[in-house]
Ligand binder design. Structure first.
Ligand SMILES: Cc1cc2nc3c(=O)[nH]c(=O)nc-3n(C[C@H](O)[C@H](O)[C@H](O)COP(=O)(O)OP(=O)(O)OC[C@H]3O[C@@H](n4cnc5c(N)ncnc54)[C@H](O)[C@@H]3O)c2cc1C
Length: 374
């Protein structure tokens, strides 16, 4: 079989790998370079964790992700998955521990009294507790994409088409380009990330909202030992919406919060407006001990879609053999190894292998309960 995969982000690249591993010939098409430096996935870090606060089914689904990324790294080669641990600050620790007990992943509960000694860089409020997942990790996302692209480029079953923007999809597994050229296959998988609205039917595209979020790069000089062994930290702040990614393998610390996310009309530049840089700098001044505004070395912007019908990604069948995956919400990177398997199974007409995701919204769509479509 021949499959056209559109998109050189994490979903497109890993789907292409899965198709090749199942014996298919793959054409990988990307509007930018491969991997794509403009992709949402092409960022410093993405965190791989089990605990999703207050979401038992999602937590159970995420329990196998650590192994999935270990396996992805082993298969692709390179070093991009680091077992940093993930610390989640929680308000109702008993409820979260009960939720985690079903997942059987090792966790450690840390009381508010233990936290300052272990993590002096964090400024937590009295009464805040946390759960540490020591086996959870951080993917160096851009390095994972480079490893996948290298694997694909070296494979005789793969043809890459960088700098080719798809402008049209037909329901007969043909993609069209701006210059009138077309490329046909037995099936097509589109993983266009935040650009997905351009290739979806208008009604469906209108139900997706584009978000833009600012992140700060931070290189602190205080508490060097604590920072060097820091886990990723989620759930910071009184609303629990702020997070920090640790300085793994020479990367800077990354700081952001849902409060730095806003709805925008179009995907434009990545220049951070001063107001958003100031907003995050002020917020982290209250969340980190000895915060050094001068150690904020940069700021960057990320784009993603949300689906008004739910939090999760959207899988749409646009024709008998045309599948479009829109990575709505903030879970497609961590689930990418299992999503890629599911998408490859769809594209190749193979019996769907279990994803472990069958009981949450995302798998409902993968299981064939598809919305929209042409
Ligand atoms: C600030 C931020 C934090 C996040 N945190 C997390 C997290 O902790 N965990 C998590 O799981 N997820 C997280 N996400 C979401 C996650 O990063 C994305 O869902 C995921 O990277 C999307 O991958 P993708 O391959 O579908 O899309 P992308 O990585 O955006 O790739 C899509 C590719 O398609 C190409 N393309 C688009 N249109 C066309 C076209 N017409 N023709 C050819 N090529 C085209 C683009 O150039 C791009 O390279 C976060 C997102 C942001 C912005």
């Amino acid at each position: 079989m021949r499959v056209v995969v559109v998109g050189g982000g994490v979903i497109g690249l890993l789907t292409a790998v899965e198709c090749v591993r199942s014996g298919a010939q793959v054409d990988l098409v990307e509007q930018s370079a491969i991997p794509s430096p403009v992709a949402t996935s092409y960022d410093q870090h993405r965190v791989i964790r089990t605990l999703h606060r207050g979401e038992p089914r999602l937590s159970i689904a995420a329990a196998g992700l650590h192994e999935a990324w270990v396996e992805t790294e082993r298969r692709l080669g390179g070093r991009f998955y680091h077992r940093t641990g993930v610390l989640t600050v929680v308000t109702d620790i008993e409820a979260e521990l009960a939720l985690l007990s079903e997942t059987r992943v090792p966790v450690r509960a840390l009381t508010g009294r233990e936290l300052p000694a272990r993590y002096p860089q964090l400024r937590l409020k009295a009464g805040q507790h946390a759960i540490l997942e020591p086996a959870a990790g951080t993917v160096l996302a851009d390095r994972a994409l480079l490893a996948a692209a290298r694997w694909l480029r070296g494979h005789p079953a793969v043809r890459t088409h960088p700098h080719c923007r798809v402008t049209q999809l037909t329901d007969s597994a043909t993609v069209g380009f701006a210059n009138g050229r077309t490329l046909s296959a037995d099936s097509v998988v589109v993983a266009a990330g935040p650009w997905s609205r351009n290739l979806l039917p208008a009604g469906l595209a209108a139900s997706l909202t584009l978000k833009r979020q600012t992140m700060l790069s931070y290189s602190p000089s205080w508490f060097p030992a604590a920072w060097s062994r820091s886990p990723a930290v989620l759930g910071l702040g009184s609303t629990g919406d702020a997070w920090m990614m640790p300085p793994v393998a020479g990367t800077s610390v990354r700081l952001s919060a849902a409060s730095a996310c806003r709805t925008v009309a179009d995907l434009t530049d990545r220049q951070t407006p001063g107001t958003w840089r100031t907003h995050l700098t002020r917020r982290f001044g209250t969340l980190l001990t000895a915060f050094e505004p001068g150690a904020v070395t940069g700021a960057t912007e990320g784009y993603y879609l949300t689906d008004e019908a739910g939090q999760g990604p959207l899988l749409v069948r646009l024709g008998d053999e045309v599948w479009a995956f829109a990575a709505c919400g903030g879970m497609s990177f961590k689930f990418a190894p299992v999503l890629a398997r599911a998408l490859a199974d769809r594209a190749l007409g193979n019996p769907a292998r279990p994803t472990g995701l069958e009981s949450v919204d995302l798998p409902r769509q993968l299981a064939g309960d598809l919305r929209g479509g042409a």
